[in-house]
Design a protein around this ligand. Structure first.
Ligand code: G3D
Ligand code: MG
Length: 199
């Protein structure tokens, strides 16, 4: 396959689906966020607790996302790691009003970041500091501090304050995610295609 053929493969990302893992503790708002990102005619009226996981699809302006909405209930959290290899991006949702369980959210995040299938990958992570509408909610800056996000040096990450019920903050997050998914894809293609010509 020539260089031009290979370069044309780059453009295929336009049509390609991107697998996203949606993680976070139960009740943080994962399913509500994913539901809100779907086209309005595909949105459910009732959000029920997720058993195991469910798969949803939504589109941004240039990518098609397949989201694995993983249950955050304790007994299902060990399921997450079976899907890490499939994921090309992660959405991690935090209930900003649940200060008591912020420590547990941090533990789950640390476990995720140290997993062999995630640790050495430059996978983009979008954090939603959700439930910002609630009186007890702390700011996204505070959530970022409580989760020690500044320690994540080897992966692009971004945190957005969100209110999943109204849909506020979600588009900003998805816009960021698609930019970084594409950027990482192009960089990998560049390394795979161009670097061998210099070796
Ligand atoms: P999960 O998938 O992470 O387990 P869900 O969480 O999406 O099932 O949401 C859990 C509860 O939080 C739901 O309420 C949902 O309506 C609520 N919720 C989700 N996002 C927000 C938000 O931004 N603000 C507020 N105020 N509530 C939110 P119920 O009552 O159905 O349990
Ligand atoms: Mg759910």
């Amino acid at each position: 396959m020539g260089l031009l053929d290979r370069l044309s493969g780059l453009l295929r990302l336009k049509k390609k689906e991107v697998n996203v893992l949606c993680l976070g503790l139960d009740n943080s708002g994962k399913t509500t966020i994913i539901n809100k990102l779907k086209p309005s005619n595909a949105q459910s009226q009732d959000i029920v607790p997720t058993i195991g996981f469910s798969i949803a699809k939504f589109k941004s302006s240039s990518l098609s996302f397949t989201v694995f909405d993983m249950s955050g209930q304790g007994r299902y959290r060990n399921l997450w790691e079976h899907y890490y290899k499939e994921g090309q991006a992660i959405i991690f949702v935090i209930d900003s009003s649940d200060k008591l369980r912020m420590v547990v959210a941090k533990e789950e995040l640390d476990t995720l970041l140290n997993h062999p299938d995630i640790k050495h990958r430059r996978i983009p992570i979008l954090f939603f500091a959700n439930k910002m509408d609630l009186r007890d909610a702390v700011t996204s800056v505070k959530v970022s501090q409580l989760l020690c996000l500044e320690n994540i040096k080897d992966k692009p990450w971004h945190i957005c304050a969100s209110d999943a019920i109204k849909g506020e903050g979600l588009q900003e997050g998805v816009d960021w995610l698609q930019v970084f998914v594409r950027r990482i894809h192009y960089w990998r293609c560049f390394c795979a295609l161009v670097l061998p010509y210099f070796m």
